[in-house]
Design a protein around this ligand. Structure first.
Ligand code: PLP
Length: 358
């Protein structure tokens, strides 16, 4: 068997969910499990959180149906709402909580014949300018949806653009715009993503929406997951499958992009960009070999990558390699690649077997 596995620590995810709860005592939370639970496997993550999570949040009806099949009771929030008219009756059958983020969606909802009314979350565009109503339109739709036969609870939701940059002025402005609308009658309110759960108590409201923190990565550039008390939930583990001695001046890999500055030992590792490891990771990106750091050398191939193990004489064929995880924060690898932990975790491809522990 090819030596590459994503080891998923479900106990870590439970720990991280509990941490979100401790940040905002008494509030409920939608565990965000879209994109296959940020690459971790939605079935296993929802099963692990079954007893403790108040709800789950997803990005499509298909994702919602998958969660509903595993959990008959939980509230399931459709974060972008329905994409076409035919989806509203299905959302009602599935008993979803539905975001309504523009006039077309609101009209389609009011035109739908539903088997039961839906919990509706009107989305305020409080400053991100991606989805949502401006304040005036939201007031208008609040009046039109309240009491409509398609609507059970009428709720308010918004999303931060910059909560990950602590102290960013837009965050405070977004909270203020949200608070201004609370003079309207809403049953429930939700504003906080992971960054706000961790650092913006004024945004906690009734329902949290933690995503990345559940998976043990940080939403912040300047505050590590470890400092936040988060436990990493995915370890991408491979092995060395070949070793060679490379003379000074010789190159390694595609494009001959890395050239040995000294006589070097180069390890070939069983992980490549078709597994989700970023192809644009530069030489020098840290990799753990036998628990010790070594630099990536040259371009990442489809199924393999090369590491300079000249300074690790104990490493050889079959040595364990951690691309990120329990001992090498995914955020650090992401930063070396000019990306974020979110992207690395969600891009681990289907061919990488997931092994569950915890
Ligand atoms: C609307 C919404 N809420 C919550 C989240 C969770 O965000 P995070 O993973 O930063 O906690 C997301 C993720 O993109 C989102 O789109």
């Amino acid at each position: 068997m090819r030596p590459l596995v994503a080891i998923i620590d479900l106990a870590a995810i439970l720990h991280n969910y509990a941490l979100a709860g401790r940040c905002a005592p008494g509030r409920r939370a939608f565990a965000v499990v879209k994109a296959n639970a940020y690459g971790h496997g939605v079935r296993e993550v929802v099963t692990a959180l079954h007893q403790v999570a108040d709800g789950f949040a997803v990005a499509s009806l298909e994702e919602a149906a998958e969660v509903r099949a595993m959990h008959g009771e939980a509230r399931i929030l459709l974060l972008e709402g329905c994409f076409e008219a035919s989806e509203y009756p299905i959302a009602a059958q599935l008993g979803l909580d539905l975001v309504v983020q523009n006039a077309a969606q609101a009209k389609a909802l009011l035109a739908s014949e539903l088997s039961r009314p839906l919990n509706v979350w009107l989305k305020l565009d409080s400053g991100m300018h991606r989805l949502g109503f401006d304040a005036a339109a939201l007031r208008d739709w609040h009046a039109r949806l309240q009491g409509a036969e398609q609507v059970a609870e009428l709720n308010l939701l918004s999303h931060f653009a910059c909560a990950d940059e602590r102290g960013h002025p837009l965050t405070e402005q977004q909270v203020e715009r949200f608070l201004e609308l609370l003079e309207l009658d809403f049953a429930q309110r939700s504003l906080a993503n992971s960054a706000a759960v961790l650092t913006v108590p004024a945004a906690h409201m009734d329902w949290l929406r933690p995503g990345i923190m559940l998976y043990g990565a940080t939403p912040f550039a300047d505050l590590s997951a470890g400092e936040l008390g988060l436990k990493p939930s995915m370890t991408l583990a491979a092995r060395i499958i070949a070793v060679r001695e490379v003379a000074a001046g010789e190159s390694v890999g595609y494009g001959a992009a890395w050239v040995a500055a000294r006589p070097s030992r180069i390890a070939t590792v069983s992980c490549g960009y078709a597994d989700g490891y970023p192809r644009h990771a530069p030489s020098g990106t840290p990799v753990l070999v036998e628990g010790r750091r070594a630099p990536l050398a040259g371009r990442v191939s489809m199924d393999m990558l090369a590491v300079d193990i000249t300074d690790l004489p104990e490493a050889g064929i079959d040595s364990p390699v951690e691309l990120w995880g329990a001992n090498l924060p995914v955020d650090e690898v992401a930063q070396a690649c000019g990306s974020i932990g979110y992207e690395l975790l969600t891009k681990v491809t289907a061919r990488v077997p997931r092994r569950y522990i915890g």
